[in-house]
Design a protein around this ligand. Structure first.
Ligand SMILES: Cc1cc2nc3c(=O)[nH]c(=O)nc-3n(C[C@H](O)[C@H](O)[C@H](O)COP(=O)(O)OP(=O)(O)OC[C@H]3O[C@@H](n4cnc5c(N)ncnc54)[C@H](O)[C@@H]3O)c2cc1C
Length: 385
């Protein structure tokens, strides 16, 4: 087994997979190794992601990350050699609150200025998207038909397969327990199987990224929060295709997963940080309450199963991308909140630029820098649910 590499990536989730893929796409001569704690790649947050892809963010950085990523969903076969089952079903955000609507209107103006085909809708226009949606109390909403969903597992396998064709090593069952130092510099990682050396070490540990950062003495303000998903029967009373609907007032969301199921969740804004992925059935009371109010047939849905995963949230709901200045050689790509899957292609590309060129050139990543937290409170993403 080779114990030295040009780049070590910690974590084989969608972010680590994309980072490794993009490094090797730029330079196939690089030696890239992923160290993954679990016995398989992609069993962390990536396995729980419901696959949403959206342009409807309120900040330029998050909108640009989707713009950079989008072709990996629409042209996955050409880029990754496999489909990621992208379906353009649209996202529909609704609110009863005029102030929230005004904020959403400003977000749509920003999205449109960047070329996104989103729009603000009056309640009557919202009704056209789903007959069963209660719109009488709504102030309005926003819609983008290019939003949709895709298969996170398929995309990760695509990144890893393309990476392996270019010599990528993925070592599963290799938990990083310490980082190797030469003075301040990070020069490798320690696992129970031995030490691995590399001049560049990239922390892609998802909800565990703050713990991995602590191994380098780097404080990473991204914290894990449980997110639960309720899966119901197909509920044939609802159409085969309708947009992913987000009630911005409650954080409730619902969408159809193919013809076989309806997924619901959200309403968890007050949850405390933690890595627990057991299902809290009581918490679904709030989901059902919000569901019954907005889409009454959902109250009759038969629950088939539920599961919980963990999202790594930052205080401003932007990811963290780039070098850790206090630990040269150590880079961070984490804190992607509810949008790590949809932004993974862009993050991989940007990280490859940072490592190989010394700076990201595909977009301005100031809003994602680790240093931003010391410099006051950056504007937060408002379209969170
Ligand atoms: C219920 C739910 C729904 C979601 N829905 C969406 C959605 O619709 N759209 C979207 O874009 N995003 C969504 N997300 C968010 C998305 O899943 C994450 O942002 C994304 O998967 C993060 O990927 P990652 O590679 O950073 O983390 P992970 O997939 O968790 O990968 C990190 C990897 O690091 C490994 N690791 C951790 N510590 C160590 C260590 N010490 N040594 C070695 N390996 C280590 C872990 O085992 C893991 O495999 C959702 C999340 C949840 C929980």
């Amino acid at each position: 087994m080779k114990t030295s590499a040009d780049v070590l990536v910690i974590g084989a989730g969608i972010i680590g997979g994309s980072v490794a893929y993009h490094l090797l796409e730029r330079d196939p001569r690089l030696a890239v190794t992923i160290l993954e704690a679990e016995p398989e790649a992609g069993t962390g947050a990536t396995a729980k992601a419901t696959g949403g892809v959206r342009f409807q963010f309120s900040t330029e950085a998050n909108i640009r990350l989707t713009l950079l990523s989008y072709r990996y969903f629409t042209d996955a076969e050409a880029i990754l050699g496999r489909s990621v089952d992208f379906v353009r079903h649209g996202y529909l955000f609704v609110t009863t609150d005029p102030a929230t609507l005004e904020r959403s209107r400003q977000a749509v103006a920003l999205q449109q200025s960047l070329g996104v085909r989103s729009q603000t809708l009056a309640p009557a226009e919202i009704q056209r998207h789903l007959e069963h949606l209660v719109v009488g109390d709504l102030a309005g909403g926003t819609f983008c038909g290019d939003d949709g969903s895709a298969d996170p597992h398929g995309m990760l396998q695509g990144f890893l397969a393309r990476g392996r064709e270019r010599g990528l090593h993925v070592l599963v069952g290799h938990r990083v327990v310490a980082l190797l130092r030469d003075g301040e510099r990070v020069v490798g990682a320690r696992t129970a199987q031995g030490d691995f050396h590399a001049p560049v070490v990239i922390n892609c540990a998802g909800p565990y990224a703050d713990q991995v950062g602590a191994l380098a003495g780097v404080e990473i303000p991204s914290k894990p929060y449980r997110r639960q998903v309720l899966v119901t029967d197909p509920l044939p009373i609802l159409p085969d295709v309708f947009p992913l609907i987000v009630d911005l007032d409650t954080g409730f969301y619902v969408h159809r997963q193919g013809k076989s199921a309806v997924l619901m969740g959200g309403t968890d804004k007050d949850i405390k940080p933690g890595l627990d992925t057991s299902v809290d059935w009581e918490a679904f009371g709030a989901v059902f309450q919000a569901a019954a109010k907005r889409v009454p047939p959902l109250a009759e849905a038969k629950v088939m199963r539920a599961y919980a995963g963990v999202r790594d949230l930052t205080p401003d709901y932007h990811g963290i991308l780039g070098p850790a200045r206090t630990a040269p050689g150590f880079h961070v790509a984490c804190g992607f909140s509810g949008h790590g899957f949809m932004h993974a292609p862009a993050i991989g590309r940007l990280m490859a630029e940072i490592v190989l060129d010394g700076r990201a050139s595909s977009m301005d990543i100031g809003a994602l820098s680790l240093d931003r937290f010391g410099a006051g409170t950056p504007p937060a993403e408002a379209n969170m649910f």
